[in-house]
Design a protein around this ligand. Structure first.
Ligand SMILES: Cc1cc2nc3c(=O)[nH]c(=O)nc-3n(C[C@H](O)[C@H](O)[C@H](O)COP(=O)(O)O)c2cc1C
Length: 181
């Protein structure tokens, strides 16, 4: 059996009362359901308190799932601070996005994240999961209502993330990744 692909599940909100906890827990459960992955949550509420630990967590990861809300047509500042706190730890790995918000489902935040991650040599997975009207998608216990469509989108996204994750893991082990490569 293949070694599971290790994912850093990165939360994109640090707001008190954030919906990010419900969306992130849903994403983590779906990744577990898909199988073949291990996950570790990276949370902007605490990640910057210990930058060496953040860098180690990102180094361990073969890929990233970023769970992000949309704030004023972009992603939130704590996520940018988390991204900027590391450098080569991101490189030559794939990132996939679970976004949420109002009408746009967070897609404008994701488009901006793709630009930022390109600078860090992160391959953005084209397939994504977007949750418009996110506040009405979870019950009081944080369970997703009508999960069928997002689940299918998640399955497609994880399939592609797995492909890129395996391909880039092999590439990283074959060659030392450098800025000049
Ligand atoms: C200051 C602010 C700006 C927002 N801007 C947008 C926006 O541009 N587009 C959108 O779809 N939702 C927007 N929202 C809604 C958020 O995406 C929504 O409240 C989401 O739950 C925030 O994530 P969080 O609860 O995990 O922090 C905004 C919310 C706030 C508080």
């Amino acid at each position: 059996m293949r070694t599971p692909l290790h994912l850093a599940l990165i939360y994109g909100s640090a707001r008190p009362g954030r919906l990010c906890d419900a969306v992130g827990s849903w994403a983590e459960a779906e990744i577990r359901r898909a199988g073949g992955f291990t996950t570790e949550v990276t949370d902007p509420r605490t990640a910057l308190d210990d930058e060496p630990a953040l860098r180690e967590a990102l180094t361990r990861a073969d890929g990233f799932v970023v769970v992000t809300p949309e704030y004023n047509h972009s992603f939130a500042a704590p996520l940018k601070a988390l991204i900027d706190a590391a450098d080569v730890e991101w490189g030559a790995k794939p990132a996939a996005f679970v976004s949420y918000g109002g009408l746009s489902g967070g897609l404008r935040a994701v488009e901006q994240l793709r630009l930022v991650f390109a600078e860090l040599h992160v391959v953005g997975v084209a397939e994504s999961v977007a949750l418009p009207d996110a506040w009405n998608r979870f019950d009081g216990a944080g369970r997703m209502l009508e999960p069928e469509r997002p689940r299918r989108a998640m399955g497609r996204m994880l399939g592609r993330l797995r492909w890129w994750g395996e391909a880039l893991k092999a590439a990283r082990s074959a060659e030392i990744f450098t800025e000049a490569a």
